[in-house]
Design a protein around this ligand. Structure first.
Ligand code: BES
Ligand code: ZN
Length: 865
C-alpha cells in the first residue's frame, strides 16, 4: 500500500527539527503592480542582507512563476537557475538590491492562492505560502520586511485600490488608468501582504483608541451589499474596545479596512490593516442570515482583528508554530463572544464543536500534536487540533495561572516579542516568567497528540463519613506516538448532597500523576459528583454515574455546563444502552427533559441546548463499531418518545416563544432556538399538524433563522409542503449565493432515504460550481457529515465524495483536501464499509498528477499504523 513516507512519488516531508534561520533577510520591499484580470505585471525591488556567516546563494521561493527579468544591483542577470519553482541567484557580497519581474493571470488562478479574480475583483490570499505565487521572495514567516506597494489599474473596472498600511499617494494616468501607493510601517512576513482592486463601496466609521487616536474603519463590499455590513461594523468596534479592555492591546495604524469576497478558501484572513473575508462572514441582514451567521460574523471579525497583535505584531517563526497565533486567537475570540452574550451557551457550543471535529481528528489517522512535527503540505495543518485544541490548551494555561497572572504573561509576551517571529515555547516561557509557575509538564499539551482520558470512581464510606475519588489518566497512542507521559490536567470538581441539592465541595484539582486519590472527609451521605465543570480540560471523562445521579445533576448542578453535560451523558447512556442490549428505556431522559423544560429559573437559550439530543455522529463516537442505521433508528425513537410524551410542552414553548419582530439579542436568539427545537420535536412526534405549522412559519418568518429551521424540518419529511417550500425558497433567493448555499446544505443534510439521489441532482444543478469553495462545502462538505446518508451500505455516498475530490483537486487542491477526512474514518466502521471507503481512498491515491494536499491526506488516511 502507498504510504506518505515510502511511496516513490512522495513529495518531501518538512520537519520541525530541521528549522534553520533564513540565509538572507529582506529589510524592505517595493512592489509595483500593473493590474489586469488576465495579465498582471509584478515588479519587485528589495534589499537582501546576508544573515550569518555562510556562502549559500539567494533562494527566492516561487510557485508557477517564470521570471521575465532579473537584476541585481541594477544589472541584468542571466546566470540564475530555477530549483523546484524557486529562483536561485549567486551573490558575492553581504548586501544587494534585487529586482524581478513576473507576469500573472489572476483570472486563471482557480486555486485562490496568490493573486486571483473573484466576482470582478482582484484580491490576494497569501497565508501560508501564497505570496510565492505573486512574486519571487523568501516566503517564510521569519523574514520580516517593510512593504511599499504601488498599484496601477483601469479606473472604471478597478476604481478602488487597497493594500496594507497607510495610503500615501494616488493619481491619474492617461488612457483611463489610475494609481495608488500604500506604505505599511510595520515589518511583516510575506503571508500578511494583501492587495484588493475593484468596484467596491465602503461602510465607513471610526474608532477612537484608548490613547485617543482616531482610526478610520472601512468595510468594503459591492454597492448592493452595503446595507448588510452594519453587524460586521458593530462587531469590529466591539472587538477593538474589548482587546483594549481585556488585553490592553491598542490598534496601531490610522486605517483598518475589511474587504468581503465571494470566492475564498477559508473564513477570513488577518492581513495587516487589510483583512480579507469570505463574504459569508461579513454580510448579514435578518432576511438572509441566521443567528448562527450573525454569531459567526461576530466571532470571525473579532478573531481576525485580534490577530493584529496575536499574529501580526508578534508572528510565527515557522509554520509548525501555527497554534501560537491560531490557538491563542481562537481562545481570545471565544472569550470575546462569551462576553457579548450567554457565556454558558457559548461554552456549550464550543465544546460541542471540539468534540465533533477535534476529538474525531485526534482519534484517527490524521491525529497530530498542537505543534506538529512534520508535514507535506502546510495547508493541511489548519486543523481543529491546531485551532480548537490549541485554544483549549491556552484555556488550560489561563486556568492554571488565574486571570491576573495570565494577563501578566500575555503583557510580557507582547512586550518581549513585539516585531518578532517566535515559537510556542517563547509564549510558554513568557507565561512562566511572568507567573513564576513551573510549566514543564504543561508543555506536553503541545507535543503529545491524542485526547487524554480520565477514568474516575467515587466511593463512599458512611461509617467514616468520607468519600474517596480515584482518578486515572491515560493518553492513547496516535500515529507515530506511543507510551505517553501523564499530563497536567486542571479538573474542576464539585460534590452535591443528593437530598438537599447543596454543593458541599467545589475545587480545582490539578492532576499531574497517572493516578490520583482525593479524600473528602465529613460527608455522611454519598455525594453526587460534578466533574470537569465548565469543561476545564479538553479530555474524555469516563465514570459510571447512575442515571439517577445524572438526572439529579441535570436538574441541580450549579454549573450550567455541568447540567448540560449530565443531560447529554444521560441521553448517551440511554442510546448506547439501547444499541448494545436492545432494552429500550426512555423514561429517565423524558423525565429529565420535562424537568428542564418546566424549570422557570432557566433561560430559553440554555434550555434549548440542554434538551437537544447528542448528534448521530457523537453517539457513533461512543461505540466500538459505528452502526449508522441503528443509531439513526434508536435516536429517532428517543426523539419520537420525547416529542409525543412531552407534546404539550413543545406546543407551549412553540407559542410562548412566538415570532416577534426580529432582534439580534441573546434573549431573542434563545427564543428562536427553543421555538425551532420545539418545532423539531413536534415533527418527531408525528403530530398531524406539524407540516402545516412548519409551512406557516416558513412563509411568515421575518428572519432567516425561523425560515430555514422550518425549511429544514420540512426537508426531512415526506410532507407535500416539502417540495413547495424548497422551490419557493430557491426562487426567492436565487440571486443571493450565500442563501443558495443554505438551500444546497439543507438538502444535503436531509435525513430522507433519497438524499443520495438529491445530492447527485444538485451536483449537476446549474447553480453548482466547483470554482466556489462555499458552494462545494455547502453540498459535499455538508453531505459528508450526514452520518446515515453518507455511510450508505452500498458505498454510493463515499463514491460521490471521492468523485468530487478528484474533480476538484486540479482546480482547488486546498479545498479538495479538506473534504477528505470523512473517508479516513473507515477504522470506525464494519468490514463492508471499511472496504468501500478504502477502495475510494485508493482510487484517489492512484490518480496521476494528484496535488500534495490531497496526496498527504489520502495516504495518511490509508495508513494502517
Ligand atoms: N489565518 C487564518 C486564515 C487562513 C487559514 C489562512 C488557513 C490560510 C490558511 C485566519 O485567521 C483564520 O484562522 N480564519 C478562520 C476563522 C477563525 C474564526 C477560526 C477560518 O478562515 O476558518
Ligand atoms: Zn486565525
Amino acid at each position: 500500500m502507498l504510504d506518505a513516507q515510502t511511496s516513490p512519488a512522495a513529495p518531501p516531508v518538512i520537519r520541525r527539527e530541521d528549522y534553520r534561520p533564513p540565509d538572507w533577510l529582506v529589510p524592505s520591499v517595493a512592489l509595483d503592480f500593473k493590474l489586469s484580470a488576465e495579465r498582471t505585471r509584478v515588479h519587485a525591488r528589495f534589499q537582501v542582507v546576508r544573515n550569518g556567516d555562510h556562502d549559500r546563494p539567494l533562494r527566492l521561493d516561487g510557485d508557477e512563476l517564470e521570471p521575465v527579468a532579473v537584476r541585481t544591483d541594477g544589472k541584468a542577470r542571466v546566470d540564475w537557475t530555477m530549483d523546484d519553482g524557486a529562483l536561485v541567484i549567486a551573490l558575492e557580497g553581504d548586501s544587494h538590491w534585487v529586482e524581478t519581474e513576473v507576469e500573472l493571470n489572476p483570472a486563471a488562478n482557480t486555486k485562490l492562492m496568490g493573486l486571483y479574480a473573484s466576482s470582478g475583483l482582484l484580491c490576494t490570499q497569501c497565508e501560508a505560502e501564497g505570496f510565492r505565487r505573486i512574486t519571487f521572495f523568501p516566503d517564510r514567516p521569519d523574514v520580516l520586511s517593510r512593504y511599499h506597494v504601488r498599484m496601477e489599474a483601469d479606473r472604471s473596472a478597478y476604481p478602488v485600490l487597497l493594500s496594507n498600511g497607510d495610503l500615501v499617494g494616488t493619481g491619474e494616468l492617461d488612457s483611463g488608468s489610475h494609481w495608488a501607493e500604500w506604505h505599511d510601517p510595520f515589518p511583516k512576513p510575506a503571508y500578511l501582504f494583501a492587495l484588493v482592486a475593484g468596484d467596491l463601496h465602503a461602510n465607513r466609521d471610526s474608532f477612537v483608541t484608548m490613547s485617543g487616536r482616531k482610526v478610520d474603519l472601512g468595510i468594503w463590499v459591492t454597492e448592493r451589499d452595503l446595507p448588510k455590513t452594519a453587524h460586521a461594523m458593530a462587531a469590529l468596534k466591539a472587538s477593538m474596545r474589548w482587546d483594549e479592555e481585556v488585553y490592553g492591546r491598542e490598534y496601531d495604524l490610522g486605517i483598518f479596512n475589511i474587504v468581503a469576497v465571494d470566492d475564498f478558501n477559508f473564513g477570513a484572513m488577518e492581513n495587516k490593516g487589510l483583512n480579507i473575508f469570505n463574504s459569508r462572514y461579513i454580510l448579514a441582514d435578518p432576511d438572509t442570515a441566521t443567528d448562527l451567521d450573525y454569531d459567526g460574523i461576530l466571532g470571525v471579525v473579532a478573531h481576525e482583528y485580534f490577530h493584529n497583535w496575536s499574529g501580526d505584531r508578534v508572528t510565527c517563526r515557522d509554520w509548525f508554530q501555527l497554534s501560537l497565533k491560531e490557538g491563542f486567537t481562537v481562545f481570545r475570540d471565544q472569550c470575546f463572544s462569551a462576553d457579548q452574550g450567554s457565556a454558558a451557551v457559548r461554552r456549550i457550543e464550543d465544546v460541542r464543536m471540539l468534540r465533533a471535529s477535534q476529538f474525531q481528528e485526534d482519534a484517527g489517522p490524521l491525529a497530530h500534536p498542537v505543534r506538529p512535527e512534520s508535514y507535506i503540505e502546510i495547508s493541511n495543518f489548519y486543523t481543529a487540533t491546531v485551532y480548537n485544541k490549541g485554544a483549549e490548551v491556552i484555556r488550560v494555561l489561563h486556568t492554571l495561572l488565574g486571570p491576573e497572572k495570565f494577563r501578566a504573561g500575555s503583557d510580557l509576551y507582547f512586550e518581549r516579542h513585539d516585531g518578532q517571529a517566535v515559537t510556542c515555547e517563547d509564549f510558554v516561557l513568557a507565561m512562566e516568567d511572568a507567573s513564576g509557575i513551573d510549566l514543564s509538564q504543561f508543555r506536553l499539551w503541545y507535543s503529545q497528540a491524542g485526547t487524554p482520558h480520565v477514568k474516575f470512581a467515587l466511593s463512599h464510606d458512611p461509617a467514616g463519613c468520607e468519600a474517596v475519588l480515584r482518578l486515572e489518566q491515560s493518553v492513547p497512542d496516535t500515529p507515530g506516538q506511543m507510551n505517553k507521559l501523564p499530563m497536567t490536567i486542571p479538573l474542576r470538581l464539585a460534590l452535591f448532597d443528593p437530598e438537599t441539592g447543596d454543593c458541599e465541595v467545589e475545587r480545582l484539582e490539578i492532576l499531574t500523576e497517572q493516578t490520583t486519590e482525593i479524600r473528602f472527609p465529613g460527608l455522611a451521605k454519598r455525594p453526587v459528583i460534578s466533574i470537569n465543570r465548565g469543561f476545564s480540560a479538553p479530555i474524555i471523562v469516563e465514570g459510571d454515574r447512575s442515571a439517577t445521579d445524572l438526572a439529579f445533576l441535570s436538574a441541580n448542578d450549579d454549573d450550567p455546563f455541568g447540567r448540560y453535560e449530565a443531560m447529554q451523558q444521560l441521553m448517551l447512556d440511554t442510546l448506547v444502552g439501547t444499541l448494545s442490549n436492545h432494552k429500550v428505556d426512555h423514561a429517565a431522559v423524558v423525565d429529565a427533559v420535562r424537568k428542564t423544560m418546566t424549570n422557570n429559573a432557566l433561560d430559553a437559550a440554555f434550555i434549548a441546548e440542554a434538551v437537544l439530543l447528542p448528534s448521530e455522529a457523537f453517539v457513533g463516537d461512543q461505540m466500538l463499531v459505528v452502526d449508522p442505521d441503528a443509531i439513526k433508528t434508536e435516536r429517532d425513537s428517543l426523539r419520537h418518545a420525547l416529542g409525543s410524551e412531552l407534546e404539550a410542552l413543545w406546543r407551549a414553548a412553540y407559542s410562548a416563544h412566538a415570532a416577534e419582530p426580529f432582534e439580534y439579542s441573546p434573549q431573542a436568539k434563545g427564543s428562536r432556538r427553543l421555538r425551532n427545537i420545539s418545532l423539531g420535536y413536534l415533527a418527531a412526534s408525528a403530530a398531524a399538524d406539524f407540516a402545516g405549522l412548519a409551512f406557516r412559519q416558513f412563509e411568515a418568518a421575518d428572519n432567516m433563522t425561523d425560515r430555514l429551521a422550518a425549511l429544514g424540518t420540512l426537508a426531512n419529511s415526506d410532507a407535500d409542503e416539502r417540495v413547495a417550500a424548497l422551490d419557493i425558497f430557491y426562487h426567492r433567493y436565487r440571486d443571493n449565493p450565500l442563501v443558495i448555499d443554505k438551500w444546497f446544505t439543507t438538502q444535503a443534510l436531509s435525513t430522507r432515504m433519497d438524499t443520495i439521489q438529491a445530492v447527485h441532482e444538485l451536483r449537476i444543478h446549474p447553480d453548482f460550481t466547483l470554482h466556489n469553495p462555499n458552494r462545494v462545502r455547502a453540498l459535499a462538505g455538508a453531505f459528508s457529515v450526514n452520518q446515515q446518508q453518507f455511510n450508505l451500505g452500498d458505498g454510493s455516498g463515499y463514491r460521490f465524495l471521492a468523485d468530487i475530490i478528484l474533480e476538484l483537486d486540479p482546480i482547488n487542491p486546498q479545498t479538495a483536501a479538506k473534504l477528505l477526512p470523512p473517508l479516513g474514518r473507515w477504522r470506525r466502521f464494519d468490514g463492508k464499509r471499511q472496504a468501500l471507503m478504502i477502495a475510494e481512498l485508493e482510487r484517489i491515491v492512484r490518480q496521476s498528477g494528484l496535488s500534495k494536499d490531497v496526496f498527504e491526506q489520502a495516504t495518511k488516511s490509508l495508513s494502517r499504523d
